[in-house]
Design a protein around this ligand. Structure first.
Ligand code: HEM
Length: 480
């Protein structure tokens, strides 16, 4: 259904709700199920009543493209950003207009392909340290939560971009705690019925405040230290320091830089961590695909430290990651609000009405995907992917506000999965089903508990295998 149709006089169909709360109780109970059902029952545009408020769920890729790309100038992130602003201030993810354009131009180079290639040796070292840990756990047959490990890695990667260095363990822990509570705060506020309770000194709000203060004091300390240092390099923090130095007073400058740093922590830790944890979960349930990823690692990486050149050749690993983000998109919903009235799917949408575009809903929509619930990385062969609508799949968003770190996230993902699969197999170590919990990102509700088992490498790999070869695809191809 095209957004170019003349507006109808009726409003879009929508689910029925209670007089005061509207459908909020259903959203609270199971948001993923609720939005999926609404999209199936009501079609491309659904009207959702939340007591006094109304929002629209848009579930057609043409219309997603219209909002994020074609008519993006008419949309902003909306009032729902208020909670995010408490944490991130006016950083890249929350700013708008000319201020956002200036920030994006300043920050974008830190995520360019040249810079990403320069981060690779560090990322490899961080992964190798983690795998050393896994080796110890494998020998003890110890179960562990992959989410924790992936969060640690993701935070290390973000610190590399920001500071070109690692954090000491205490600062790492404090920042990690701050990010967890900040995300929880943003999530609670998003679906709160009584937003004025947001600032009440409830036990949660007190914990959040303490964690935010701790996060801030660490970030301000790092800024002070870097200002005082005589060693100057091309880290994002130094770039920000140079850019703001000339045109604002010291306090304001620190505040702006703090906002950018905290924004990257909030946006850049749980998203890749959850993408990787979901991928490990899927590979632990699909040993055939785990074996293919391992075999590819044997052939492409061998026993070498990965370089940008061979990371680019990890086609099977990339397909697995893409399929994992289709089924479990870490960013599961994007919100936009029109500045002026618009027409979507033939319905008039008035200025100020929040619009939800849900990756989770679109990525599993039966009209867009064959067997949508099936984990099938073959969907991502070049030929099959080319026939897919551009906005049927948008894990990194779209239009000018697409994820600034998409390239880094994919390189990190391929590196972690491939290096880990070269050495280990995973098996599930939790009898509970691994179910998604839609917070600010789509989190595995009880974590991803797994056991790692050291793998027998194929004989042709350039490494020194510990044991003899398995029946891998690489071995088969060589006729062994
Ligand atoms: C698998 C990993 C990731 C996923 C799925 C992801 C997803 C997204 C999505 C969907 C958006 C657009 C949000 C919107 O339009 O409202 C976004 C924006 C953003 N992401 Fe990511 N992200 C990932 C990793 C990262 C990392 C590692 C960083 C930083 C280190 C990061 C930083 C940002 C920032 C700053 C924005 C705002 C960009 C702007 O508004 O100009 N993301 N991300």
């Amino acid at each position: 259904m095209s957004n170019l149709m003349p507006a109808r006089s009726t409003s879009p169909p929508g689910p029925r709700g209670w007089p005061i709360f509207g459908v909020l109780p259903r959203i609270w109970r199971d948001p993923l199920r609720f939005f999926t059902e609404v999209a199936r029952e009501c079609g491309d545009v659904a009207r959702i009543g939340l007591g006094k408020f109304t929002l629209f769920l848009v579930s057609n890729p043409d219309l997603v493209g219209h909002v994020l790309h074609d008519n993006a100038k008419n949309y902003w992130k909306g009032k729902g950003l208020a909670a995010a602003e408490i944490v991130m201030g006016q950083g890249l993810a929350t700013s708008k207009g000319e201020e956002w354009e200036r920030q994006r131009q300043l920050i974008q180079p830190a995520f360019g392909s040249h810079q990403i290639a320069a981060y690779v040796p560090f990322l490899c070292k961080a992964v190798r340290d983690l795998l050393e840990d896994w080796r110890r756990r494998a020998r003890r047959r110890e179960a562990f939560d992959a989410v924790d490990d992936m969060r640690r890695l993701a935070l290390q990667a973000t610190c590399r971009v920001l500071f070109h260095s690692e954090l000491d363990p205490a600062t790492h822990e404090a920042i990690s705690r701050g990010v967890t509570l900040a995300n929880e705060k943003i999530n609670r506020s998003a679906w709160a019925l009584l937003p004025f309770l947001d600032s009440f000194p409830t036990p949660f709000n007190r914990r959040f405040r303490r964690a935010l203060e701790e996060l801030n004091s660490n970030v301000y300390r790092i800024i002070r230290e870097q200002k005082a240092t005589t060693v100057h390099h091309d880290s994002l923090l130094h770039r920000l320091l140079r850019a703001t130095e000339a045109n604002s007073e010291a306090g304001l400058q620190d505040r702006k830089i703090r906002d950018e740093i905290v924004t990257l922590f909030i946006a850049g830790v749980d998203t890749p961590a959850h993408a990787l944890a979901w991928t490990i979960h899927l590979l632990s349930r699909h040993p055939d695909w785990a074996e293919r990823v391992s075999a590819e690692a044997d052939v492409v990486l061998g026993g070498e430290t990965p370089s940008m050149e061979n990371i680019e050749k990890l086609g099977i690993t990339e397909r697995v990651l893409k399929e994992s983000m289709r089924l479990y998109p870490p960013a599961w919903v994007i919100v936009r609000t029109p500045f002026e009235d618009d027409v979507l799917g033939g319905y008039s949408i008035s200025a100020g009405s929040p619009i939800l575009l849900s990756q989770y809903v679109l990525h599993r929509h039966p009209a867009l995907w064959e067997k949508p619930e099936l984990f099938d990385p073959e969907r991502w062969t070049a030929e099959r992917a080319a026939s897919q609508h551009r906005f049927a799949y948008f894990p990194f968003g779209g239009g000018s506000r697409f994820c600034i770190a998409q390239g880094l996230a994919m390189v990190l993902g391929k590196l972690v999965i491939s290096m880990a699969a070269r050495e280990f197999r995973w098996e599930a170590a939790d009898s509970r089903p691994v179910v998604p919990q839609p917070l600010t990102t789509l989190k595995p509700k009880h974590g991803v508990f797994i056991r790692a088992e050291e793998r027998i490498r194929s004989p042709g790999s350039r490494s020194s295998p510990r044991k003899r070869a398995p029946d891998t695809e690489a071995a088969r191809r060589r006729g062994n």
